[in-house]
Design a protein around this ligand. Structure first.
Ligand code: NAD
Length: 355
């Protein structure tokens, strides 16, 4: 039997609900970590998890991450997340997303969904047929909202500039080398912003066409997927998968800064210590990648403009610099400082792992 309350990822979650729809075969889990600051907002991931336990672990980690991300972005939202167990390339139907929408609706607004890995804006339009507790939909020009990828990329770009200033003492990116792992919805737009400012780009993607496009458009150089993390560069920008900073990869890093969009980049907290000892400046993922949720939040409450979203995203580098400075002053890891700040904001004491 799965001992959810005893899992290290549980961390005082308010709600974990397993949903099932017999007609469509929907199997989905909604997790709400905290509603202390408002309704729990976080996207819906669709993934062919190898086991239900793997899906639970993922949704709990992502949900807590959303609590921290929303708190640090000063949004009036708590943190939650949903996962649909299934293969996004094969199992998607409008009926499945309507069933998921009804599941979301059953929480009466305590959880608000949006797109995430494996789901799209179009899927959320389907969800919106049956519930209003959804964001990340189409919008008119100039209105807040729409595809969060470019917004996330803007925040990451500004965050990289803050990290370069702090660690390398440089105010511009001319000639700064950046390795980007994953040039998809966020990574592509990040490359565009970096290239405009004269950064030298190395890109890796498991989809060769995605990497080639970045080479053609931004004069990037392709590097192997297997070795992108150990490129000798100024900045490593992980924009693909989580848990890429782990016991195996961190000793091999040759960068001076890690600053990218991927969620849950650290395999474990102690990987943050390995980075600190190696004098690699780590920009906490949920702080630097908040641009998308800032946009989604403005869209959800309505009436906001794209210009307001852009202005809020420009607050990300200041927040990061505060974390970098505090970490240096207190000789702590940047991830520990950020976690503490986030937990203080949601009124939680330090996270204690259950053995
Ligand atoms: P995406 O799926 O559009 O792009 C990811 C890219 O990474 C794809 O091109 C994929 O082929 C590539 N990739 C996958 N595995 C790889 C590997 N091992 N090596 C190299 N490339 C690999 O996703 P996205 O929307 O660009 O998001 C990227 C990351 O940022 C994800 O971790 C996501 O959770 C996170 N994130 C995204 C947003 C957003 O607004 N889209 C917001 C916050 C965080």
């Amino acid at each position: 039997m799965m001992e959810i309350y005893e899992m290290r990822e549980f961390d005082g979650h308010e709600l974990v609900v397993f949903g099932h729809d017999a007609n469509t075969g929907l199997r989905a889990i909604v997790a709400v970590h905290s509603t202390a600051l408002g309704p729990a907002a976080g996207g819906c991931r669709m993934w062919p998890y190898a086991s239900t336990t793997a899906a639970v672990v993922d949704v709990l980690r992502l949900s807590r991450g959303m609590s921290y991300k929303n708190a640090m972005a000063s949004l009036p939202f708590g943190g939650g997340k949903a996962v649909i167990i299934g293969d996004a390339r094969k199992a998607k139907t409008p009926e499945l997303f309507e069933a998921f929408g009804r599941f979301v609706d059953s929480f009466g607004g305590r959880y608000i969904t949006a797109e995430d890995v494996g789901t799209t804006t179009a899927d959320m339009e389907t969800v919106a047929r049956v519930t209003s507790y959804v964001s990340g939909l189409g919008r008119e020009p100039g209105e807040a909202g729409g595809d969060p990828g470019p917004k996330t990329a803007l925040g990451v770009y500004l965050g990289i500039k803050a990290a370069v200033k702090f660690r390398l003492g440089r105010s511009d990116l001319t000639g700064i080398s950046v390795a980007v792992q994953g040039v998809g919805g966020v990574g592509y737009h990040l490359c565009r912003l970096l290239a405009t400012e004269g950064a030298r780009l190395r890109v890796a993607d498991v989809r060769p066409a995605a990497a080639e496009r970045a080479c053609d458009e931004f004069k990037a150089v392709t590097v192997p997927v297997e070795s992108v993390l150990s490129e000798d560069v100024d900045v490593l920008a992980p924009c693909a998968l989580g848990a890429i900073l782990n016991a195996e990869s961190t000793p091999r890093l040759r960068t001076r800064i890690v600053a990218g969009a991927a969620n849950n980049q650290l395999g474990e907290d102690k990987d943050g210590q390995t980075l600190q000892l190696a004098r690699v400046l780590y920009a906490p993922d949920y702080v630097i990648n908040a641009g998308g949720i800032i946009s989604v939040a403005r869209e959800y409450y309505g009436g906001g403009t794209e210009a307001q979203v852009t202005a809020e995203i420009h607050e990300i580098p200041g927040r990061l610099t505060e974390i970098f400075e505090r970490a240096r002053r207190e000789n702590r890891t940047t991830n520990a400082v950020a976690d503490q700040m986030a937990r203080e904001r949601i009124g939680r004491s330090a996270h204690k792992m259950v053995a």
